[in-house]
Design a binder for this molecule. Sequence first.
Ligand SMILES: N[C@@H](CCC[C@H](N)C(=O)O)C(=O)O
Length: 277
Amino acid sequence: MKFTKMQGIGNDYVYVNCFEEKVEDPAALAKFVSDRHFGIGSDGLILIKPSKNADFTMDMYNADGSQGEMCGNGIRCVAKYVYDKGLTDQQQISIETLAGIKYLDLTVEDGKVVLVRVDMGEPELIAEKIPVIADSEKVIDAPIEIDGTTYHMTCVSMGNPHCVVFMDDVENFEIEKTGPLFENYKDFPKRINTEFVKVIDEHTLQMRVWERGSGETLACGTGACATAVAAVLNGHCNGEILIHLLGGDLKIEWDKETNHVFMTGPAAISFEGEINL
Ligand SMILES: N[C@@H](CCC[C@H](N)C(=O)O)C(=O)O
């Protein structure tokens, strides 16, 4: 099987062009290719497919084989793939995901995509739609007790579920220990992605993420969008927000007029190859 390894600020996936390759069991393939010792090594698998409703379809799978509805860093890489490989010559494209159709603007230099702006759509704040089991309609700055410590969470869906926790020290936070406890907490029926966030100023945040199905990753695009929304809802930020993640920066804007969240960031090809299955 031919594959392309790509990364969006260090959030890395194995990409398979399903216009040419046939994938029978994507969940099993995701587990195999993601393994950093026995496979290719990645945070998961992304399939690029035709669509009846948009220009392309993106199907994404986490490293544990579970399917994610949406992937912010992944969708920028899909845009770069389809443009750089000549599957489209358009700089405005649409991509169908399990979280609906997303619209993307590509910045091209010397014939290659260097930056992608994605209309990530409207954030979902209603608890039962995220889903989060809660007494209130929305979960904003609500207490959650994990392993004897009380944290405050704001829950947002960007097509996939996120729980955003603001704290003073994200660098030294024991994410390997606490991340899985959030991910599998009883009130998150579909598990959850958790963002641990420090407010730098009203336009800047620092974030680490524990992703559902993949563990700590260097970045999460949907997570950065959920974080920006949570920061506005909690009165920490406004306007354009720069989010520093372990693998680089994303620019996020929650447009008040349309209620849409826009994400801008890079996408890159790391290497390409063939693997015997
Ligand atoms: N890294 C992604 C999100 C991938 C899916 C997530 N782990 C889930 O299961 O919802 C991003 O950049 O958004």
